[in-house]
Design a protein around this ligand. Structure first.
Ligand SMILES: *Cc1c(COP(=O)(O)O)cnc(C)c1O
Length: 408
């Protein structure tokens, strides 16, 4: 058994806070958005964590997600339904990036094959802790798959709504993992409107991105892990494929918490929010100097995971990117597919399209002088490339007529 999941550990959550107004909310109660309609952030007694948990104590633990227990919201260990949330490796891709200091954090190794597992393992544990029996969610695929897996394990019912062009593998894995899945003739925010309506009628709890407070806490572990893996430093730049932005917001929160704990200094990576040019609301708002992003009409891209026309946490993404001195960047589908092809053929690492988008954006940033070749850069490969359609391959070979094997 994983000792991080058998030991009962003290918890340090004090309250929740509206990310826009700072309004305070009680911990240990079920919450959705704040009264201002914005995400709630979990707050901890970091002074107490600081005295209880020296950095060396974390270092001595097994390196999975649960080593960070004191910085996570779950009070009771028995509510955690785990499928083995490992620390994901940092893999160099020197050939396709052209630099030995570009590392891919390969999140495709997580349960259900994407980093959605980090957010959903936390949100489901909290739902269990707070007595939720039925959950609904709009999804482009991976979030629904992670929700279905963890909720089934926790004995919670799920209703999952996907746009009807969601990758087939996602729809099927959701069903196979016990979710009731529907294909909707609309985009993710239109699926979200249906989920919101049912939640208002009291039919289920709404698990839309950032509409419950705990997915950010799960995704925050990417930032904690990164610091630990790099010897309590952070890289010069992070390229994050941005849909709802949970991970970018979560990492930014993790960096602030670690600084308050004295685990890292004040330096921050430049945060690059990467979107597809067919759906780039954050990039448009960034360039226009806006605090919020307008809905993107006619959204389309091969990178379904970042096809999010409107994000409730838009201002949190934009703030983090601006405070960090980073940028929001859009890349086209051809550049995304080229990056996936190059990385797998040259470096042997099969990225998902959204991961490919981060490599494409890195290449663009290098050309535009936004990063240097010797900058230490982390790209997020958010899901396993194996979930996505691949080009046809494999020539026929007759077993009795192989001819000259030197021609193979
Ligand atoms: C959800 C998802 C994203 C976007 O992540 P956010 O943190 O919600 O912005 C990117 N890529 C893949 C494959 C995803 O499933």
């Amino acid at each position: 058994m994983n000792p991080n999941l058998t030991a009962d550990r003290p918890t340090f959550v004090t309250h929740l806070e509206c990310s826009l107004t700072g309004e305070r909310y009680e911990a240990d109660q079920l919450h959705g958005l704040s009264s201002a309609g914005r995400p709630l952030l979990v707050r901890y007694d970091l002074g107490a964590v600081r005295s209880f948990l020296p950095r060396a104590m974390v270092e001595a633990r097994a390196t999975d997600l649960w080593r960070w227990r004191e910085l996570l919201p779950v009070r009771h260990t028995e509510n955690i339904v785990s499928l083995g949330e490992i620390e994901t490796p940092l893999v160099a891709i020197p050939k396709s990036s052209g630099s030995p200091s570009v590392l891919v954090k390969d999140e495709g190794r997580l349960p259900t094959g994407s980093f959605k597992a980090r957010g959903l393992v936390m949100a489901v544990a909290m739902a269990k802790e707070l007595g939720v029996r039925r959950i609904a969610m709009p999804t482009n695929g991976n979030a629904g798959a992670a929700l279905a897996a963890y909720a089934s394990r926790a004995g919670i019912e799920t209703i999952i709504l996907c746009p009807d062009d969601t990758p087939e593998v996602n729809v099927r894995e959701i069903a196979l993992q016990g979710g009731r899945v529907y294909r909707v003739n609309g985009l993710i925010d239109e699926c979200g409107a249906i989920v919101g309506k049912g939640a208002a009628e009291g039919r289920w709890f709404d698990f839309s991105t950032l509409k419950e407070p705990y997915r950010i806490e799960g995704k925050k572990t990417m930032g904690l892990e990164l610091a630990a893996q790099l010897g309590w430093r952070l890289p010069n730049a992070i390229f994050y494929p941005t849909g709802g932005g949970t991970g970018l917001i979560g990492m930014w929160k993790a960096f602030a918490e670690m600084e308050e704990l004295g685990w890292i200094g004040a330096e921050r990576p430049r945060m690059f929010a990467v979107q597809a040019s067919g759906c780039a609301p954050i990039v448009r708002a960034f360039e226009a100097g806006e605090e919020h992003a307008e809905r993107w009409e006619d959204a389309h891209t091969v990178a379904a995971g970042i096809r999010v026309p409107k994000a409730v946490g838009d201002f949190l993404i934009l703030r983090a990117v601006r405070e960090s001195g980073g940028r929001a960047l859009a890349v086209g589908d051809p550049a995304i597919l080229q990056a996936v092809d190059d990385c797998s053929k040259q470096d042997g690492l099969l990225l998902c399209p959204e991961g490919g988008a981060t490599l494409a954006a890195y290449r663009q940033a290098l050309r535009d002088g936004l990063v240097d070749e010797d900058d230490e850069v982390v790209l997020f490969n958010c899901a396993t490339g194996l979930k996505y359609p691949m080009p046809e391959a494999g020539q026929e070979l007759h077993k009795d007529k192989v001819g000259n094997l030197g021609k193979l």
